[in-house]
Each structure stands twice: as C-alpha cells, then as structure tokens.
Design a binder for this molecule. Sequence first.
Ligand code: AMP
Ligand code: ZN
Length: 440
Amino acid sequence: MDEPVAKNRVWDKNELMDRPELENLQLYRLRQVMDRVSHVPFYHQAFAEKGVTPDDIRTLEDIQKIPFTTKADLRDHYPLGFLAVPRNKILRYHGSSGTTGRPTFVAYTRNDLDLWAHLCARFLVAGGLLPEHTVQIAFGYGLFTGGFGLHYGIEKVGAAIIPAASGNSGRQLLLMQDLQTDVLVCTPSYALRLAEVIQQEQLDRTSLALKYAHLGAEPWSEDIRTHIEKELDILAFNNYGLSEVIGPGVSGECVYRNGMHIQEDHFIVECIDPDTLEPVPPGEQGELVFTALTKEAFPLLRYRTRDIASLNPEPCPCGRTSVRMSRITGRTDDMLIIRGVNVFPSQIEQALLKIEGTAPHYQIVVDRPGSLDTVTVNVEMSPAVFSDRMSDLQALRDHIVREIQSITGIQMQVNLVQPQTLERFTGKAKRVIDNRGALS
Ligand code: AMP
Ligand code: ZN
C-alpha cells in the first residue's frame, strides 16, 4: 500500500465555516424552505394548525415550533403528496427500502441531484478519496439510493468508477483484481461476505490493490469494522443517510473516524427522546430528526428518522466545524419487546462479538408459542471451532447464553450452527425474524 493512511482533505470551504456563520446560514435557509413547502398540503395544514409562519422563526431553537414529519405522514400522502415542485421539474425518483408494504418514493430536481453528488463528494474526500482512485460500487443500482448516490459523488471527485452493482462475489473479486480497485463501496455485511470469499478462495491479497472502503446503509459496530479492516487489510469509513432526507451524503467520517460529520449547512439535526419528543443533551442517545434546508423537490421538515444515535458538538481535529453523530445503535422500530423488556438486535451482536469462536453471522428468531415470547439466536461457529469436541461446543453455547443475558437481561435459546449455513447478504442484512405476527 503506497498510502496506508488517508490524508485530511476538505472538499469545500463551507465545511470549515465558523459556528455563528453556519447557524446564521441555517436560520436563513430554514425560513426559506418553510416558504417553499407552504403550499404542500401537509405543511400548509400543519403550519396553519400550529399558527406558525417563517416570521416566527427567529432563532434556531424556534424550529421546535414546526411540527414533526413521520413515515406515517409520508404513507398517508402516498405516492407523491410531499412534492414541493411540479412533476415536470423532476429528474429522478428513488424509493426507500421499506421492508413492509409499499416503498416510500422520493424525488429530485436537477439542483437536488447536483447537491446530492456534492454532499457525497464531501464525505468521500473526507474519507480519503482521491481523483486517481478506482472505486468499485457494489451497492444495488435501482430505487435504492446507495448505488446512484455514491456513483455521482465519486464522479464529481473525478475518480474512476466500476459500477459492479451488488452480488456475484466471484465476479466482484475478479473486477477488483483485473481493474486494481482501490476503494470499495458497499454495505458492511457485503464487505464481510467479500472478506469471507477471499479467504475461502485463498485469494492472494497481493493481487488486490484495495485500500479503503466506504460502508453504510445499515448498522454495524466498531467490532465489525475491526474485523473487516483486518480481513481485507483496508481502512473502512462509515457514512450515513436515508432516502427521505436525500440518501447517502447526510453524514460521513473524516480521517479521525470518531463520529460522522453531519452536513449541517444543508441539514439541521436534532436528537430527541422518542417518547417525550424533547431534545436530549449532547452525548445522550436519542432519535435523530432532520430538516432538509436546500432541497427543492422533496424537502422534509423535522423528519423523524427512527434511527438512534448521539450527537457530539465538540470541535474535530480535522477542522470541520459540523456536529458529529455516533454510529446508529438501533432503530426505534427494530427494538424488540421481549416479555416486556426492550432489546435491540445490536445488543445481541455486541454479546456475540465478544466471544471467540463465533463468526460475525447470526440470526434472531422471535416466537410466541403460548403467551410467552421466546428468542432463539442461531450463531454460526468459526470453522476452527466447529471441529472441536462436543464438550467444548457446549461450553461455548453456555458462554454465549450468559453473555447475551448479561447485556439484555433475557435468557435466550442459542443454537450453534455449522459454518456457512446462515444467509449472507449482498445489500442490507436482515437478521431478525419475528414470528409473533400482528400481536407483537
Ligand atoms: P434507505 O433510505 O431505505 O436506504 O434506508 C435508510 C436507513 O438505513 C437509515 O434510516 C438507517 O436506519 C440505515 N442506515 C443508513 N446508513 C447507515 C449507517 N451508516 N449506519 C447505520 N444505519 C444506517
Ligand atoms: Zn473530523
């Protein structure tokens, strides 16, 4: 590797704005966007009910006078009730990857597409991307915002793109070898999968030129990052976004990789207690809420993401002045209520990753055979452990049960399964199967 450590580069000067200047810009843009959405039926009615107009927004705290927008509101105005421009101004539609029912559509004008590419360029450059790099995009290209979002961001930076799209790991690796890919773009679960295939195929690491990965679109932990970086011998950067806000480009890590810089000149972020809806202090976990300040086609105000994270306003050594968000530790809607106790899948992952001998592949199955919830965690063993004696496996299983119980407070059934038996994912992983139906 000729450049083992990413250098601290900045794409545009807005990233370094003084806080007072940045906050003035936010306030100005907030009033403007309120004006732009005032004819959208949902906002027209919501502003009227609250009796709020742009003139009432005198400080950034006044954003709390604006009502929240939720996923349910988007569903109620399906498919395009939130459009703020005529349809002939739209250049592209995308959709959220909603697991249930219809997707949520979002739309972009020409300016929106330019902005999106610009924001992706910013986080990619913050994470070491150079024009001379060759980037392989192993994200799906389609309604999902990941593929196209990153594609145009990379193009803006001037790096070369291999639009491999998701899946077909053998072909991905061939492309990586033959075109000497420097940077990989995909989900963390797919990076894990590629690392696994490299090992299975006993591929010579020196035949690859891979240096960095920009991973996002789903939750992952620091332990998973360590695993991916070790297995692939790269630096892996986290980036976050959601289609309702713009797609990828909402935030991303700089070289210090200590939280994701939120692109605050274009989005106002709030972190709230999902029950009381009051702001939580910096450093405390809460639900992230975003207001898109500069989008034209589909600007949502105070959109409740259901993603749980904390905010860090401390200055970052990279010089960017924006607030950083932590990793997403869960979603308010992926919280499992097991016999009345709140459990996040990430807690189970945390327990598993502490234990030697398990692979980073697991599946959580929730049932309610009678009136009591049961949870079974299927855990894949690493190939080395799989060949061990039965008594060792029993000890491993008991260890996992104890570890999960100490973190979640719940005793779960643990099944150790053979290597390579659980499903692998080319896009976002789906690790929870809840069979409790509508009753849950
Ligand atoms: P979609 O708009 O359907 O692609 O999904 C957006 C959702 O993906 C977000 O609301 C998050 O729940 C999740 N997501 C995206 N990026 C990340 C990330 N870096 N870490 C954790 N979750 C993420
Ligand atoms: Zn930084």
